[in-house]
Structure formats: C-alpha cells, structure tokens
Design a protein around this ligand. Sequence first.
Ligand SMILES: NC(=O)c1ccc[n+]([C@@H]2O[C@H](COP(=O)([O-])OP(=O)(O)OC[C@H]3O[C@@H](n4cnc5c(N)ncnc54)[C@H](OP(=O)(O)O)[C@@H]3O)[C@@H](O)[C@H]2O)c1
Length: 489
Amino acid sequence: MSETFTLVIFGITSNLAQKYIIQALYDMEEKGALPQKMTIIGNARRKLTDSEFKTYIKEALDKENLHHQHEIKKETVQNLLKKMHYLDGNLDDPAYYDRLKEFLDKIAHSSKGRDDRIYYLATYPDLYKSVFENLSREGLTDEKEGFVRLMIEKPLGHDFKSAKQINKLMAKYFKESQIYRMDHYLGKETLQSILTFRFGNGLFEPLINKDYVDHIQITASEDFGIGSRGGYYDTIGALKDVGQNHQMQMLAFATMDAPDEFSNEAVTKQRISIIKSLQAHPEEVVFGQYKGYTKEENVAHDSKTDTFYAFKASLKNERFNEVPIYVRAGKMLEQTVTEISIIFKTPHNRLFKDLNRGMEPNVLIYRIQPNEGIVVRFLSKKPGSVELEENFLQYCYRLDASVHSHLFPDPYEKLILDAIQGDQTFFADAEEIEASWKFVDGLTGTKKNPIIYEPGSWGPEEADELIQKDGREWLIPSNAFCNIPLLTR
Ligand SMILES: NC(=O)c1ccc[n+]([C@@H]2O[C@H](COP(=O)([O-])OP(=O)(O)OC[C@H]3O[C@@H](n4cnc5c(N)ncnc54)[C@H](OP(=O)(O)O)[C@@H]3O)[C@@H](O)[C@H]2O)c1
C-alpha cells in the first residue's frame, strides 16, 4: 500500500524558508532522502502563479548563502519542483483553511495508505493561534490516517510567561509528541558530536568535573552587525536571540551527565537538568551595544537593545558545583567564532613551570564554527630548544574544502529528516524552553542600559573585568587548528 507525506510550509516566502528550508529540501532531494510520495505545499499571502512560484524557488536556490555552497543541479531542482505547490492565502482568514483542506483531502484520496503530514510554521508568532484554531476546526490536526506533526521555530516567546502561553496554546491542539520545537543549533553536527566525544570514549569524561576543570568559557561572536534584521532584532536583543536557546544548548551538551541511554527522553532529561541547575547573579551580567547600532535600518534611534552580553554562571550540581562558567556573545566583534572551552586546572608543581608559558592550562575546545573540530591544547617542547610551545591534538570535521555539503549535513536537513522520522531527540521540549526562559528572565530582570562598545573589539571593557576580577582572562579564539579553507563559489 502506498503512503503519502505532505509538508505544509506556512511562510514559504520568508527569509527563513529562503535561507534554510528550501536549501535543505534541495539537499534532501539530491540525496534521495525525501519520502517517495511527497507533496510540499507553500503558503504566503502574495499572489504567485505556478510559474512565478517555480521561479521564486529556483532563485532562492541560486542565491549564494553560507548554508548552500555547492552546485545546483537542474535535474534535482526539477524533481523538487514537481513536489512543490503554492497555495496563497491569509492565515488569519478561515476561508483559506477550506481550500487547504480540499487540497490535503485530494492528496489523501490519491492513496489508500497512510497520510502523514507536517505543518512547518515559518511565519510570524502572532499567526500561530489562528493557524492552530483553523487547522483544528477543519479536523486537520487529527491523527486518523497517519501522523500529524508541527515544526515551530525559535524563539518561542520572549520570556517565561509568553513561552508558557505558547506551550499551553499548542498543548490545546497537539500532543507533546507531535510538537517539534526547532533550534537549529541542536541539529548541528558539531554540537551533536560533543555527546559522542564525551560519552563514546573513556579517556576524557572522567576529567570533565570540578576536580579537574578550573572554569568554562562559551563564546558566540560575530564580526558583522544586524544587517537587514533590525525590525526583528531591535525588539529582542542578543541575549534573547541566542542566549536563551543556542548558548543554553551548547552549555547543556558540554556539561550534562551521561544519559542512561541514547533516546529522546534520556537526552532531553539531562539537558533540562543542566538548564534548571544553572545559576547566575544579576550583578554579574554585562550588556553592550555596538557603536552605530541605533543608525541601523529599522532600529529605534534611542534603542537600548543589547547587541552583546556577557555573564558569569555556575551549575548547582554535584559534578560542577562552583566551577565558573563565563558566557559571552555579540555582534560586530573582532572575530566570528562559536566555541566552548573547558579550561583545566594547572597543578602548582608542574615540572616545567619556570619555562616560558610553563603554567598555561590545557584546554579542551569544542569549535562549533568556523574551523569545526574538537581539539585539546597542550604544551610541547619546541624542537631544538628548551622552550615550550602551544600545540593541538585535533579532530577536524573538514578534511578538505570540497566536503562541505555532503559529509556535513546542514542542521535544517538533519532536523527536517528527524521530524519526518519521528525522532525528537534534538528538539527542545516545553519544560526545557520554559526553564531556559526562567534563567534568562533572571538576568534581564535588573537590566541596565547597554554599554556602548567599538565595532571590531571584544565588547565593553566591563566584560573583561567580569572575568579578570576572578584572576582569569577570556581566551582569544585560536585560528591555529583545523584551518581548512571553506569552499566558495
Ligand atoms: N529569518 C531567520 O533567519 C530566522 C531564524 C530562526 C528563526 N526564525 C523564525 O522564523 C519565523 C519567520 O521569520 P522570518 O524572519 O523568516 O520572517 P519573514 O521573512 O518576515 O517572513 C514572514 C512570512 O510569513 C508570511 N506571512 C506574513 N503574514 C502572513 C499572513 N497573515 N498570512 C499568510 N502568510 C503571512 C510572509 O509572506 P507574505 O508577506 O507574502 O504573506 C512570509 O512568507 C519567525 O518565527 C522567526 O522567529 C527566523
């Protein structure tokens, strides 16, 4: 018996769809990873003829972007386009859902087998309520002939209260097992393999605890500004844009206890446990804003939005109690880099302590981007001298420039496939989202005006003082490892 699978993308013309979703669908088509009998329905308000819609998809694929840098094959595009349809309409208008139901019924009747369906919300959160209510009214949320799943994007809400409300709203129409909350960081190969590195080896894990670790640093910096995202960014700021989700996930993967098994329930339970035990003092938070931010497009001229933050935290658990965790992220900084560094304690009686660099700590670095890899920084003898030099034991994801797209799946590709296969391991659940907002609310509760910093710097000096007062320094992210050039078109 044949079965049908339909992906309905609300907001097919969104920036999100152009940059990520359409690119991921192309890659999946090329790899033969899409379900055999698949229909993709795209929705937006603008009127597009069938041929205009096809041109739009082709143009989106041809646009050069960071996430899709290999040759676009005409045949693959044609095969993908055969699956795609456009159904314009306003999501606030109940009549639209009659037409959607008619379309979906036709697909269901074309087969006697299962009729599986995913709704992907790539549109504005203020439309969610209308979408859920209308889908439900039309019976389109019922799992009668197959599964019905919902993919929903971050950020989910803007604080604990609003996140709880959205979770409650979704729970009215969908079971938790139907909801796939996207944070593309959870789909990153470089983040997922932290688990394999830690729990698939015996060598490192016994050292990652308060007895051996001096402190942890997490950096997510970008050397560019907000671009054309001003309208969105100015309402949310850096901490809510990446701190509540991406950096929280990075922290959880780097510090969580081993799950009992590799299952959604067990991995999510450990992530939640970390987020719930995370503590920070509002006095140990620094907010910054890059000079010139208020002149950006669609930004209020007197905006107090943070484009940088740094805070000190710790985990109230047995493994890491009292180990400081310094977290920073921002835009218009000196480098674009995302990494987690575990800085180990240095014994005072180290044999070569009197040599140059003799007391430098060993560091385990999970480099999420660029120069993706997992490396251990250590000191070695400089050949032909008695001096020490820095070296790296390194595992690099890129072997050469050409492997970019195929051995290194894009997070969206991985997560869409997971959702089709019903694997929620790398999606956030309701409790996790609410716990991370609770933590972030604690930091923003006493929010001060951001401190202006120079573009190209590492943020306000106060962020340096935050760590220096503990006798430590921010690490300057190294380019000395996994330095394999990216493929560019
Ligand atoms: N962009 C990113 O990089 C990114 C990253 C992570 C998460 N997200 C999330 O993804 C979602 C979309 O963000 P975005 O920045 O990509 O938005 P966007 O570019 O502004 O796109 C919004 C989409 O919704 C459609 N739309 C708006 N009102 C509609 C209505 N009443 N009925 C039907 N369609 C409507 C728009 O098409 P029409 O105007 O033609 O109707 C468009 O396709 C948001 O939840 C955002 O938080 C975005």
